[in-house]
Design a protein around this ligand. Structure first.
Ligand code: PMV
Length: 326
């Protein structure tokens, strides 16, 4: 028997970051996080369960996946195979709407689309919460990409992770703003986010400060989003991102994802803000910079940021929809 489904999920960028795991195998976070789902940066994935396939196969943008990446997808698919009681193995074909080589996080959209397509193809009808719990086990940030707009992923308390799922805070159509994704690098990063998180939890003297302030950041961000207050959202997001990077700068050995062009952009954004333009940056575990602004300022700001040396590409994103079947 052959069972097939196709799903699409958008990527997301955290405004209050997930940084540090309390369980490596289950991807359980040390702290909650809040993100914006990005329209236009999506992954489309088709999964076909096939009795005749001797092992799982996966293709990313037509290229066969192998090694540890394929092994990770295989473990994820085996979990679904067990849940659904399907026989055989899965054929996965996945495409990113953005260049994978651009260094943009594709694991969030990737595992959200895979969770939905693989469970649907296996005959399972999961709720959004169940999908979020499942996607989390592929990649922590994928738990948030099941939902559209503004999303909170709860830390949870249960050791097996049953209460560590994401939920919608505000629908994408409720608030129109822009996140400019400024692409600087196209090389794979030297230290994975998994490794950087583990090193931070184990060695950064700043990590306890991160944990002791993150609840207040989450509370402030919930309120700022409910009020649709760009100034408050941006101020908190920028400070939270700098705090996360301070924890990784102080690990042993230290992890510094910033390139000279990353720093140039940070200065540019702060300079423009001093001149009266409401714009705010956030940076994940990589050199690329994302800038929040009003829709009416997006074109002018894109032009300004494009002029910073080292900028390769700029993608303007609105709040996007959650994962869906095609
Ligand atoms: O879920 P991962 O392994 O892609 O880690 C995400 C880590 C950050 O992007 C830095 C923060 C976040 O909340 O997305």
């Amino acid at each position: 028997m052959i069972l097939q489904a196709t799903a699409r999920a958008n990527s997301n960028i955290a405004l209050i970051k997930y940084w540090g795991k309390r369980d490596e195998a289950l991807n359980l976070p040390q702290n909650g996080s809040i993100s914006m789902t990005l329209d236009g940066l999506h992954t489309t994935t088709t999964v076909r369960w096939d009795d005749a396939l001797p092992e799982h196969k996966a293709f990313l943008d037509r290229k066969a996946m192998e090694g540890s990446e394929l092994a990770k997808i295989g473990r994820f698919l085996n979990r679904i195979k067990q849940m659904a009681g399907v026989k055989g193995h899965a054929m996965v074909e996945t495409h990113n709407s953005f260049p994978t080589a651009a260094g943009l996080a594709s694991s969030a959209s990737g595992y959200a689309a895979l969770a939905l397509a693989a469970t649907k193809a296996a005959g399972l009808e999961l709720s959004e919460r169940e999908l979020s719990l499942l996607a989390r086990q592929g990649s922590g940030s994928a738990s948030r990409s099941i939902f559209g707009g503004f999303v909170e992923w709860h830390r949870g308390e249960a050791p097996e992770g049953s209460d560590s799922y994401a939920e919608s805070l505000l629908a994408p159509e409720a608030w129109d703003l822009r996140m400019l994704v400024v692409v600087l690098e196209d090389r794979p990063k030297a230290v994975s986010s998994r490794e950087a998180m583990a090193r931070t939890v184990a060695t950064s003297p700043m990590y306890p400060s991160w944990l002791s302030t993150v609840e207040a950041d989450l509370g402030g961000m919930r309120e700022a989003i409910a009020n649709q207050d760009l100034e408050a959202v941006g101020t908190l997001a920028e400070a939270n991102c700098l705090k996360m990077h301070a924890t990784m700068h102080t690990t042993l050995p230290s992890v510094i994802y910033w390139q000279p062009s990353t720093l140039a952009l940070m200065h540019r954004v702060q300079h423009l803000r001093r001149e009266g333009l409401p714009c705010f940056f956030t940076i994940d575990a990589g050199p690329n910079v994302k800038v929040l602004c009003r829709p009416e300022d997006a074109a002018g700001l894109s032009h300004e940021l494009h002029a910073v040396p080292g900028v390769r590409e700029l993608i303007a994103c609105s709040p996007g929809l959650g994962a869906s079947l095609l």
